[in-house]
Write a protein that binds this ligand. Structure first.
Ligand SMILES: Nc1ncnc2c1ncn2[C@@H]1O[C@H](COP(=O)(O)OP(=O)(O)OP(=O)(O)O)[C@@H](O)[C@H]1O
Ligand SMILES: [Mg+2]
Length: 352
């Protein structure tokens, strides 16, 4: 995702929302997603009723919906309390969260791209999603924090449970899913002209969280430290984020995601645009981070999957069929003794 417009007033949430609207991936964040969710199976395009047993998005409604209102005061108050509570507990004592995807199917229009994918991403572990291009890894990842529904033609069926609670439940707020389940993209996307400090703080604003001014310093230091960037930038926090190297910018984006103390961090090929040294630093950062946040990473780098993950899921969409998980389990076992011949061929570089 590339940001094309700079927010002119970093302290103004409205401005940050406006800036986000410039990006293709978040444009539809202005839509009231709850209105866009329906359990009416008949609203699905080209699907059989048994495919649509649970939460289903009706893209037609989503396309015409009015803009998302600014966060309600209750939301801000709740978020404040949660952040304050999270900060009060030392990170090693914070409970870790499990994310479960249950029977996830996904469509773009009538094109079905995922077929009943179920996967448990255990608390405090790194789960790697691997598989050839186009098999639905990114789509699956975006379903895990409700970004898939922002694509006008997109729809889905199934449940995503964070510690047992379905994030697509009608009573759940979209912003809660984003706050608890952060996302880091392939291409580092800090606000280039905004200061390093404000880039981190923007993570709070993007999820509608307000904190007291004197809490900001603590959050910025904690987030940059957890992202492995603090020592390199602590003397230039007021300089623009765009002045950092690609690897540093990616860690700045990780810090921005961490500002709201998420329970899960999703990373879609976070190192594919980086040099080997920056990649290594990000991998080391991930190994530290998993002590406080559950991580799901998409990677095409088989060595990286083996270095950073404990669990691994191999996705495949063979001959135009929707993507499915062929094999899932302990990473070491998946690479040394895969149970499925297709997994063996993929992890040994015979296709993909
Ligand atoms: N916005 C979209 N509109 C329509 N189809 C899409 C959209 N995004 C993805 N697709 C389709 O969904 C399928 C899965 O794509 P996805 O990006 O999830 O694959 P991927 O496994 O992440 O691939 P890669 O490894 O190349 O990133 C593909 O057939 C793709 O063409
Ligand atoms: Mg992808």
């Amino acid at each position: 995702m590339t940001m094309t417009t700079e927010p002119t007033a970093p302290d103004d949430i409205t401005e940050v929302h406006s800036s986000l609207a410039e990006s293709a991936e978040l444009t539809a964040a202005r839509m009231p997603i709850h209105d866009a969710i329906t359990t009416d199976a008949a609203s699905m395009n080209g699907t059989s009723p048994d495919d649509t047993a649970t939460a289903v998005i009706a893209p037609g409604e989503a396309r015409t919906a009015p803009p998302l209102p600014e966060p309600a005061p209750e939301t801000v108050a709740d978020a404040d309390t949660e952040i304050a509570e999270a900060l009060a507990v030392p990170r090693e004592q914070r409970p870790l969260s499990t994310l479960e995807a249950d029977q996830i199917s996904a469509w773009f229009g009538t094109h079905k791209v995922l077929e009943r994918v179920s996967l448990t991403m255990p608390a405090g572990q790194v789960t790697a999603l691997i598989g050839p291009s186009g098999c639905g890894k990114s789509t699956f990842l975006r379903i895990l924090n409700r970004m898939h529904e922002l694509v006008p033609s997109a729809s889905l069926a199934g449940e995503v449970r964070l510690d047992g609670d379905d994030i697509y439940d009608r009573n759940k707020k979209l912003q809660d899913a984003r706050k608890h389940i952060g996302m880091v993209f392939q291409k580092p996307n800090p606000f280039p002209a905004m200061s390093i400090y404000d880039n981190v703080v923007s993570g709070l604003k993007l999820t509608g969280v307000r904190v007291h001014r004197d809490q900001k310093d603590e959050i910025v230091e904690r987030s940059l430290t957890a992202a492995g960037l603090w020592r390199e930038v602590k003397d230039r926090l007021r300089q623009p984020g765009g002045g950092l190297s690609g690897g540093q910018q990616q860690r700045l984006c990780i810090a921005r995601s961490l500002a709201v103390t998420p329970k899960v961090l999703l990373m879609d090929e976070p190192c594919s645009a980086l040099d080997p040294t920056s990649t290594r630093v990000i991998e080391e950062t991930m190994m530290e981070l998993q002590k406080e946040v559950t991580i799901v990473i998409v990677t095409h780098n088989m060595q990286q999957a083996q270095r950073v993950s404990q669990q691994c899921a191999f996705f495949l969409a063979s001959q135009g069929t929707p993507g499915q998980i062929v094999e899932y389990g302990d990473t070491e076992a998946m690479f040394s003794e895969p149970q499925d011949e297709r997994t063996y061929d993929y992890v040994n570089g015979r296709f993909g």
